[in-house]
Design a protein around this ligand. Structure first.
Ligand SMILES: Cc1cc2nc3c(=O)[nH]c(=O)nc-3n(C[C@H](O)[C@H](O)[C@H](O)COP(=O)(O)OP(=O)(O)OC[C@H]3O[C@@H](n4cnc5c(N)ncnc54)[C@H](O)[C@@H]3O)c2cc1C
Length: 486
């Protein structure tokens, strides 16, 4: 997904005589099809003191599934999906699904469509549901209603660093059960499958539209339209909806707003229209014209297929940064203005905004877990990025990455006590322990020492990773180099 972490030794090229090396990819990988093979790979890497990397889809934004010279465990083909109409366990009785480690969002959603259930997975179509996604928290188009994907987990099967294969539940091992659900992928063991609670089918209204600065819409009018939207975030999230929107700088003093899409779970078109009416009224009053394309689907799968774009993988020369903006930023007009100004300043400086208006509260009766506490307060997960070309020098990439980290500093400044979502973040996030794990970090760190005393599992920005450094060959924060103790 991210050529940067490979060390850019092997970028796609039209030059047939170009040379390249494996770089930061694992030197060898076990294409696993059963648990015993994972146990053998874990024991072999531990006994031989070889770097070990767990890779599912390779989607991780921080290169956590990459590592030069490593032995890789590739979980992609563990595709079993089993549905239980009436599962009992961990204080829960009801429908649940068991998913192998390689199951991707589009696969479990399709199975749900066939058998009549809805699983809490990502908006991204190809994300590995049982891998880094759920282990890092996992936000979903259903999150405003049901919480994070990690909250849904009832049991996991895991190969530990000592090679033992265990079933982890609240009853069998509450500490590990807590740590695995949100503490990050590639940290405590190799999850071979997990069981998640699922929900009945429900209807959804999906709406897309856009508006831009132009002849009739001045820059100030555009931002007034954005402010009116921001004001509605608490109401929209509390109504159980999830909105994925972009604000793009399209030229000097030119901006476009894209709603892509507004995903209103459990809303008919009429209910959706009533929800957004105050915002739309403001837009009309401001003279901003827009043409929503709004459709009701009687099930999640069709709405999700129609609503979310298939996002680019494997061609990006870019890096991201992000922030979880807490509800407190909506408390007063002053704090809301500060939030808007921080976003506006970043976008005016040329950075695109991709953001989600949502909430992700732990539902009543659910077992608490190690997901970043900042998620529980959030009303907006905002992402921005920087990019370069295949020929940009390493020095210039580093400058761009530093600029990105500084740009996100404007967001940190308006919510310093919040954090960022580890799975869609900046690898250079300052004090990542606080940002990605919050008050859970100390407990997660202690559990890491207990379950993985030899630090077999290493992932950049993972729990305990501050004790290690990758001596990358080009000086960039990539995985193309030896992993050494600090
Ligand atoms: C196109 C795209 C769309 C996305 N959409 C969403 C979204 O809607 N919601 C959201 O929350 N996030 C989303 N993400 C972010 C995504 O959650 C992270 O990239 C996540 O790390 C992906 O997990 P993976 O297992 O697929 O990827 P990988 O890169 O293969 O793995 C990520 C991390 O998990 C570890 N890991 C993988 N499998 C296992 C396992 N079985 N046991 C233990 N550790 C394991 C790896 O070692 C690595 O540390 C998206 C990312 C992309 C690229």
């Amino acid at each position: 997904m991210w050529p940067l972490f490979e060390g850019r030794t092997c970028l796609p090229t039209t030059n047939g005589s170009a040379s390249c090396t494996v770089g930061g990819y694992s030197s060898y990988a076990v294409n696993v099809s059963n648990v015993a093979q994972i146990q053998l790979a874990v024991n072999f890497a531990r006994n031989a003191d070889i770097r070990l990397v767990v890779k599912n889809t390779g989607h991780d934004f921080n290169g956590k599934s990459t590592g030069a010279g490593a032995l890789g465990i590739w979980t992609h083909h563990l595709k079993d999906i089993e549905y239980y109409e009436n599962y009992r366990g961990s204080g829960y009785q009801g429908p649940a699904v068991k998913m192998g480690a390689g199951v991707q969002a589009f696969e479990v959603y399709a199975k749900g469509q066939e058998l009549g259930f809805t699983a809490v997975g990502g908006e991204g179509k190809t994300v590995g549901v049982t891998g880094g996604y759920v282990l890092g928290g996992g936000h979903s188009p259903m999150s405003s209603l049901y919480g994070l994907a990690a909250d849904q987990v009832l049991a996991l099967e895991v190969v530990l660093a000592n090679g033992r294969f265990v079933t982890v539940t609240e009853e069998s091992d509450p500490d590990l059960f807590w740590a695995l659900r949100g503490g990050g992928g590639g940290t405590y063991g190799v999850v071979t499958s997990l069981i998640s609670r699922v929900y009945p089918k429900f209807g959804v209204t999906v709406s897309t539209f856009d508006f831009s600065t132009g002849k009739d819409v001045s820059v100030e009018t555009f931002w007034a339209g954005v402010r009116s939207y921001l004001e509605r975030f608490p109401t929209h999230a509390d109504a159980g909806t999830y909105a994925y929107f972009w604000i793009l700088p399209t030229g000097p003093n030119a901006f476009t707003f894209l709603m892509n899409p507004f995903f209103a779970v459990n809303h008919t078109v009429d209910e959706f229209s009533a929800l957004v009416k105050p915002w739309y009224d403001d837009l009309h009053e401001l003279g901003i014209s827009f043409q929503p394309n709004t459709t009701y689907y009687d099930n999640f799968y069709d709405g999700w297929m129609a609503g979310f774009p298939l996002e680019t993988v494997a061609s990006s020369t870019m890096m991201t940064g992000s922030r979880l903006f807490p509800r407190a930023n909506w408390d007063t007009p002053t704090s809301l203005n500060a939030t808007l100004n921080a976003l506006r300043a970043t976008i005016t400086d040329g950075f695109a905004l991709l953001a989600f208006n949502m909430k992700a509260e732990l539902q009543e009766g659910f077992t608490s877990n190690s997901a970043n506490p900042a998620w529980r307060e959030t009303l907006m997960h905002a992402i921005t990025s920087t990019s370069w070309t295949n020929t940009t020098s390493d020095t210039d990439i580093m400058v761009k990455m530093d600029d990105l980290t500084k740009a996100v500093g404007k967001w940190r400044a308006v919510c310093p006590d919040s954090g960022a979502y580890m799975s869609e973040s900046d690898i250079q996030e300052p004090h990542f322990q606080q940002a990605f794990y919050g008050s859970n970090y100390d407990r997660l760190y202690k559990l890491k020492q207990w379950y993985d005393p030899t630090a077999l599992f290493y992932a950049p920005t993972g729990v305990g990773s501050e004790e290690w450094v990758v001596k990358s060959l080009d000086g960039l924060p990539d995985q193309n180099g030896r992993l050494c103790r600090v």
